[in-house]
Design a protein around this ligand. Sequence first.
Ligand code: ARG
Length: 557
Amino acid sequence: MKTMIAQLLHDTLDHAIDQATIEQLLEKPKHDELGDIAFPCFILAKQLRQSPVHIAKDLAEKLQDVRIKEVVANGPYVNFFLQPLPIANTIIPAIVSEGAAYATAPKNGKKVVVDYSSPNIAKPFSMGHLRSTVIGQAISNIAEKMGYEAVRINHLGDWGTQFGKLIVAYRLWGNPEAIRQQPIQELLKIYVKFHEEAEKDATLDEQARQAFKALEDGDAQALGLWKEFREASLLEFNEIYELLGVHFNSTNGEAFYNDKMDRVVEELEAKKLLTSSEGAQVVDLGETLPPCLIKKKDGATLYATRDLAAAIYRLENYAPEKLFYVVGGEQTLHFKQWFQVLDKLGYDASKFAHIPFGMMLKDGKKMSTRKGKIVLLANVLNETMEAAKQTILEKNPTLKNSDVVAKQVGIGAVLFNDLKNDRLNDIEFSIEQMLTFEGETGPYVQYTNARIHTLLEKADFKAHTTPLQAIDDTLWPLIKVLETFEATIARAYTQADPSQIAKFSLQLSRTINKFYGQQKVLTQDDTQQDRLTVLYAASIILEQCLNLLGIEAPAHM
Ligand code: ARG
């Protein structure tokens, strides 16, 4: 609609300002009675040497189109009242015939790399990793909707000096049977013990350094242990991924870049970017940033070195248009530093974006899976699904497949609770709140969709792509919301912000529920088919929104 109006204004104004600028200026009037879209004329005053009020009046007289019912000047604004039927007929039959493919951009042959989840081996899957996982998955889905191929990478934290410590700890106190049973809990236990003991016994740290050195040099025994830790941890992580319905194209973690770091160091040397500082090799980043550490005194590489190697590998291997790193805000400095090193090396750092996010809180405090007793994420998810089952059975005791639906609703609630907020906000993890069927929740959107399915079944609805007959005042708000879906996806992509989709789905749900309050749907006359068709289209879009967010849409609940 906005594009159509902008084009019309552009032509009428004789190209005095460009169409994109006009489109950006278009706004929604404060009240529906004032019109559907408004154009503020201030920007033209200087150029046309006329007052905005005069320009608005002039434009209102000139503008005409079959899709416009009325144009009125309101002070310095031109307000447009649109013709509902032609607009509805440009979108509803398309949604009905294209279904899930509606608003999907044709494949553009370009790739984007999305680095997300990326938990650390032998450590619990934290709430931060959960956020990264669900945000990264949604960004990948949205990119695909925009025509890109998304390369989904789980950059596992499977390398680093901590593995030296773990190997030493394992040799001293490891219990293979216990590790097989509960790998992460057990590995964490001996890791914590290592730190306690190292305070008393200074030789332990030295042993750990040597163990990691052996690992980096490819020592078979050290590698064997490392592999065991990695596989055992992945088994646990995969349980979570399965529950969440998450998948990756690559689980090449940090270790994968072990043999690709020499090249980074060589390139840095060739460009004379390395300086030594207290025996370590660093890249100086001037006044604004602390130096980026590349190699420790003992020659061991660091997190940043591996990220640089991975970046170069990804550029060469995938030739992506963009690379997103979905990692918590605490790592902002790390990304700033190595992005700048990459730039100094002559690579196109403008393709790289750190996508930070806020913390997960419980009762206002940071939810930590690290300190003290570890909260295992799988347990939290199971608890949520159990609670979802209770709620569903209260509402609908005869529901078939209630276990499947409970999973869809419980997991959907967790994902939606995360994704409905602006990424950078901290979010509260309250199972009770995220599961309510009223309010801004996943179950609310899922329920709105399921209710449409029930209505359609009751009416024995058959979808047609024939034009609609009439759009009255009660249906018009729904059409207007549906019309913004495509632009919402584009915005969510450019801002790497899935909350745009979640907020849109809430707005659509609220509009649908308001519509029920104003108009009986099943009237058994010839207006019924149009209403059902619009609702059917709305359910297709709700389903699409949920799926983009990685959430399933049960037809019954
Ligand atoms: N493993 C890291 C952590 O848990 C996150 C890795 C993020 N990705 C990256 N390419 N640095 O903190």
